[in-house]
Design a protein around this ligand. Structure first.
Ligand SMILES: *Cc1c(COP(=O)(O)O)cnc(C)c1O
Length: 496
């Protein structure tokens, strides 16, 4: 097995091991770490079909994280995918509405972010040990709602780490917010910003690139890392569940070995779908990668025109975790489709930060052939929740509904009947307000927890612990700051 090394999409030159890339989070030139090659699946699909989630995870992680020992990986995997998940299968699949819904929300914070963020703290503390790093690791994270809580849950009270989360004050669901502001653990710090997720994400990237702040951190025996999907340690664990999903279909004889499947992913920062792309590049038989956007359809426009243009109105939707105009992980795809050429990638990213847009060339567009883009407006999102609930008795959240709505139009227009997996990214209980609006209008005025009770009456799906335990929990985090006060806020917390 050849080693996989990592370098920046913008070509700062250094070549790192996987553990170093995970520790750093973001490259010092502002680029994202990418593998020097995408390894091929080395285990037979039939053999993978006989393995449980943890074993599949091991077979995938060892291909990418080549400087970790087998024992280190097994330890991280066992610590992550345990009874924090409410099902042995970790990522079960349900069949409804002509598709297979891959439920990625059975972890501690009931969104798909748990799939990677339950293992990242273990990969990171192992990385620190391997690289003799003894400074305190400060996780700096921007969240559109779900990453924040999943990262807090993963890093709370982990020795040698602190975690700071910035969320858009008015841009998350009430339950998402309550989950974050009730977070316990002395090493946690949650801040609402007066701005959007894109403001928070851009601000965090600036702090990472700030040389002076880096020096200040150094003097204080600390260093930054990231739990956002820009960290390669998030991306790699996300590849696992696509391989797992395929091999479950194989095991249950829904498909034959080698049969292609489509994958539909409700997309925001482009991390989840990029993991599916990597799975395809490794040799997993994926036909179409269907990128589903909500009304912030910057990615749909990109796939249909070859122009990425974030100069547009930002819309708050019922799928807040996808309310994003700068999809960070797209940079990794851009790097790959321009022939792993960091200087071309850097030029486009410079254009994006200066003008808010860039165009890709025809030869790059050709390489986007596996992708199809679609988008779903608010009305169709709620209608999709209702239709699937009424016709199949299956309840989905608004993010998953964006994917299901896009898939329905795709299937109708294209006539493509390939078996299709839809990434189901959050529990309906995380977005009780929108889900009830779809299936039981007239319940608008109740608070989100009463809505959870009503949802239970209707669906008989038991209320997850993640919701019941925050209902009466004390609010521990009340800090709010302006976008231009992020650095000051960080320094204040770290000086405590
Ligand atoms: C984060 C998130 C998404 C978007 O995933 P990306 O990897 O950012 O594209 C979709 N749905 C939910 C529920 C999420 O939390």
């Amino acid at each position: 097995m050849t080693d996989v090394t990592y370098s920046s999409t913008r070509g700062a030159g250094e070549t790192l091991t996987a553990s170093q890339a995970i520790l750093n989070g973001l490259a010092s030139d502002g680029g994202l770490y990418v593998p020097d090659h995408i390894p091929a699946l080395s285990t037979d699909l039939d053999a993978l079909a006989r393995m449980d989630y943890r074993h599949v995870a091991f077979e995938i992680l060892r291909l990418y994280l080549t400087d970790y020992t087998d024992d280190e990986l097994r330890h991280c995997i066992d610590a992550a995918y345990d009874e924090k998940f409410d099902t042995e299968e970790i990522a079960p699949m349900a069949e409804a509405a002509d598709a297979y819904f891959l439920e990625l929300y059975h972890g501690a914070t009931i969104a798909f972010k748990d799939m990677a963020l339950s293992i990242l703290p273990h990969l990171m503390t192992t990385a620190a040990r391997k690289n003799n790093v003894d400074s305190e690791i400060v996780i700096l994270t921007a969240t559109s709602g779900d990453t924040g809580k999943a990262a807090l849950a993963g890093f709370a009270s982990v020795p040698g780490t602190r975690i700071i989360v910035f969320y858009p004050k008015d841009g998350v669901s009430p339950i998402q917010k309550q989950q974050m502001v009730t977070q316990q653990g002395d090493n946690t710090f949650v801040v609402g910003i007066n701005g959007t997720f894109d403001n928070a994400q851009t601000g965090v990237k600036k702090l990472f690139a700030d040389e002076e702040l880096r020096g200040w951190m150094d003097e204080h025996g600390m260093r930054f890392s990231s739990a956002n999907s820009i960290n390669i340690g998030r991306l790699v664990p996300q590849i696992v569940y696509y391989v797992y999903a395929y091999t479950r279909l194989l095991k249950e004889e829904r498909i034959k070995k080698g049969d292609p499947v489509n994958v539909v992913v409700p997309t925001g920062n482009f991390g989840n779908i990029l993991a599916a792309y990597y799975a395809g590049q490794m040799g997993l038989p994926i036909a179409k990668l269907i990128c589903a956007s909500n009304e912030n359809k910057v990615l749909y426009d990109f796939f249909s025109t070859g122009t990425y243009d974030r100069n547009r109105e930002f819309i708050l939707t019922s799928s807040p975790s996808m309310d994003i105009l700068i999809s960070s992980n797209l940079e990794r795809l851009i790097y790959h489709i321009c022939g792993n050429d960091a200087s071309r990638c850097r030029t486009l990213m410079d254009l994006l930060s200066r003008t808010g847009r860039y165009d890709i060339t025809d030869d790059m567009r050709e390489q986007l052939a596996p992708f199809a883009g679609g988008f779903c407006d608010e009305e169709l999102t709620l209608n999709t929740i209702r239709d699937i609930y009424e016709s199949c008795g299956y309840l989905i959240d608004p993010h998953t509904a964006v994917a299901a709505g896009v898939y329905r139009s795709y299937r109708m227009k294209s006539g493509d009947k390939t078996p299709t997996v839809i990434a189901s990214t959050a529990s309906p209980y995380k977005f009780t307000g929108s889900v009830l609006r779809a299936i039981d209008p007239g319940y608008e005025s109740a608070d989100d927890f009463d809505k959870a009770d009503r949802l239970y009456e209707l669906s008989k799906i038991s209320i997850p612990k993640a919701v019941s335990e925050i209902r009466t929990a004390p609010i521990l985090h009340k800090t709010i700051c302006e976008v231009d006060e992020m650095e000051k806020t960080v320094k204040e917390f770290l000086s405590r």
